[in-house]
Design a protein around this ligand. Structure first.
Ligand code: MN9
Length: 291
């Protein structure tokens, strides 16, 4: 059965400091209530690219400590354009903590050449005893990888797969066909069903912090060949996702978690704090889908 990973959120206090207690509550909620198969720690949803190195370490430490005995898969996203930091974090999570799988976003901002990107990935895994999943999200990084690019990256046996956050289903089909043994984890929650149809191994998403149970049902229906049921469930999830996106996805997810008794706290500036209107919108989302 395809696996469900929550893209872990980070709880911050009003001033943008990490709230350890709240973050632990989110982790417990994902594992105990949502019953996810794993956590993707330090991704976009964790607001990772607004954090300093010590803060990134702090989140990995909290996640490892809280989840290590829970039987879930743990993936640490260590990448950024700062390769020194990425290598340092890869070492930290695999030696000081016990992560066996790391992930790294394609390096962004500068228009790195493919050779530079390949060097970045080979360097990150070189001295660590871990497997790596490429984090590809062209809409936010501006970095698109071609089929041949993936082939070159996958030549490194430590690079075992991709978190594919991309609406290009043609490329997804080509990757699935050419690399049957690599792990493909779908990254757009609203496009899970077409991704399942193309044979992904699972999914990683922000909305699975609150909606993993329905997603589990959808995957089950898909695996049993009940396409109508799977499509209805994707439709229900997409109504929720549309409302979350319209209201601002990260603050809304946190506000819905608060309704569920989870102290998910604030988003970190420069992300705006929720206005009265956003708070009201999240109340409506909670009442419509979860009350
Ligand atoms: O991890 C998430 N991507 C981002 C994946 O937040 C950038 C997704 O779960 C989206 O939030 C979700 C809504 O578009 O699919």
């Amino acid at each position: 059965m395809e696996k469900i990973y929550a893209a872990l959120m980070t709880a911050f206090d009003e001033d943008g400091n990490i709230d350890e207690k709240g973050t632990r509550e989110i982790i417990r909620h994902d594992i105990d209530q949502e019953k996810v198969d794993g956590l993707y720690v330090g991704g976009s949803t964790g607001e990772n690219f607004m954090l300093g190195t010590d803060e990134k370490k702090e989140i990995f430490r909290i996640a490892w400590d809280e989840a290590k005995n829970s039987g879930v898969d743990l993936i640490a996203q260590v990448g950024s354009p700062n390769l020194h930091e990425a290598k340092y974090l890869a070492k930290y999570v695999t030696t000081e903590l016990g992560f066996k799988t790391i992930s790294a976003v394609t390096p962004f901002y500068y228009n790195f050449s493919f050779d530079e990107i390949k060097h970045y990935y080979d360097e990150i895994v070189k001295d660590v005893d871990a497997h790596l999943i490429i984090y590809s999200i062209p809409a936010l990084t501006g970095v698109s990888l071609s089929l041949d690019n993936f082939a070159k990256l996958f030549e490194n046996p430590k690079i075992i797969g991709v978190k594919y956050t991309n609406a290009d289903f043609y490329l997804l089909e080509r990757i699935r066909d050419r690399f049957p043994d690599k792990l493909i984890l779908s990254g757009f929650d609203e496009m899970l069903l077409p991704a399942l149809a193309l044979g992904v191994n699972g999914c990683i998403g922000s909305t699975f912090n609150i909606n993993a149970k329905k997603v589990r049902e959808e995957i089950k229906a898909f695996d049993e060949g009940d396409m109508e049921k799977a499509r209805n469930l994707q439709h229900e999830s997409n109504d929720l996702i549309t409302d979350l996106l319209d209201n601002g996805i990260y603050p809304s997810l946190k506000l819905v978690l608060e309704h569920m008794g989870v102290h998910a706290g604030f988003t970190r500036e420069p992300m705006a704090h929720a206005s009265e209107k956003v708070i009201k919108g999240a109340d409506e989302i909670y009442n419509k889908y979860f009350a």
